[in-house]
Write a protein that binds this ligand. Structure first.
Ligand code: SF4
Length: 221
C-alpha cells in the first residue's frame, strides 16, 4: 500500500483520488517578532475574562508553524486538549493528522488554533459571550501568522468566522473571506463529527482536496 492509500486508510476511507502528494511549502519572508507571540501567549495564559478560566486545567493557545500558509481553526479544547495544552489531540486529533497527511501535509506545516482557548465544561458548545470575549486572541494569531488560507473545521468555528447560522453543508465547497484582510476561508467538518459520522469522510476529503488546490492557486496570485 502506498503512502497515499495508507493515510486514506487511516481516515477510514478505502478508495480515493488525490491530486498530488506534494507538501505545502512555507512562506518566505518576514517573521513576526517572537516578543509579540510571547506577549500574546502570556496574556492568554493569564486570562480570566470569562468563567471558563475557573474550570480549565490550562489554556490551549495553539500549535504549529508560525509562518504557516494554512491556519486550521477549530472550536474549543476538549478533555485531552485541556489536559495536554495542545489543540486537536486524542482521536479527533489523530483523524485531523490523517486528513492532513492525505493531502501531503502534516501538523508541522500548518498552524492549529481554536476560537476558545479554555475548555467548556462537559464539552458543551461555546456560549456567545465566551466567543465574544475570546476570539480577539484568535484574531491576533491570524494577524501574526498572516496565512494565505483559513480552514474552519466544524459548525461553531464556521459560524463565528462567517457571522452566519447557515448549515455547515451549505458553507462547504465555497471560498469565503474573513476579516479586514479578506483572508480566503474554506469550511469542512470537525474531525470529532467525522468520528461519529464516518459516511461524511469522503466529503471531508473533497474539502481537503479543495484546500490543497486553493493553496496552490493562492501561491501564484
Ligand atoms: S475562554 Fe478565552 S476569554 Fe475565557 S478565560 Fe479562557 S482565554 Fe479568557
Amino acid at each position: 500500500m502506498n503512502n497515499h492509500l495508507h493515510y486514506l486508510n487511516n481516515m477510514g476511507i478505502t478508495v480515493w483520488e488525490q491530486n498530488s502528494s506534494r507538501a505545502c511549502s512555507f512562506t518566505e519572508g518576514t517573521t513576526s517578532p517572537l516578543s509579540d507571540w510571547n506577549a500574546l501567549q502570556q496574556t492568554v495564559a493569564a486570562c480570566t475574562a470569562c468563567s471558563l478560566h475557573q474550570s480549565r486545567t490550562q489554556t490551549v493557545f495553539g500549535v504549529g508553524n508560525r509562518q504557516a500558509e494554512l491556519l486550521i481553526i477549530g472550536e474549543a479544547p476538549g478533555f485531552y486538549e485541556d489536559q495536554q495544552g495542545e489543540p486537536f489531540v486524542g482521536r479527533a486529533g489523530q483523524l485531523l493528522n490523517a486528513m492532513l497527511q492525505a493531502i501531503g501535509m502534516n501538523r508541522d506545516l500548518v498552524y492549529i488554533a481554536n476560537i476558545l482557548k479554555c475548555r467548556p465544561p462537559n464539552n458543551r458548545d461555546p456560549l456567545p459571550e465566551e466567543v465574544n470575549l475570546c476570539t480577539g486572541f484568535l484574531e491576533q494569531q491570524i494577524a501574526l501568522i498572516q496565512p494565505k488560507l483559513l480552514l474552519a473545521v466544524g459548525r461553531i468555528a464556521a459560524h463565528y468566522l462567517l457571522k452566519t447560522k447557515s448549515s455547515l453543508e451549505s458553507l462547504r465547497g465555497k471560498l469565503h473571506r474573513f476579516g479586514i484582510n479578506q483572508t480566503p476561508l474554506l469550511i469542512t467538518y470537525h474531525p470529532a463529527y467525522l468520528l461519529r459520522n464516518p459516511i461524511d469522510k469522503r466529503k471531508a476529503f473533497m474539502d481537503l482536496q479543495l484546500t490543497w488546490r486553493t493553496l496552490e492557486e493562492l501561491k501564484f496570485n
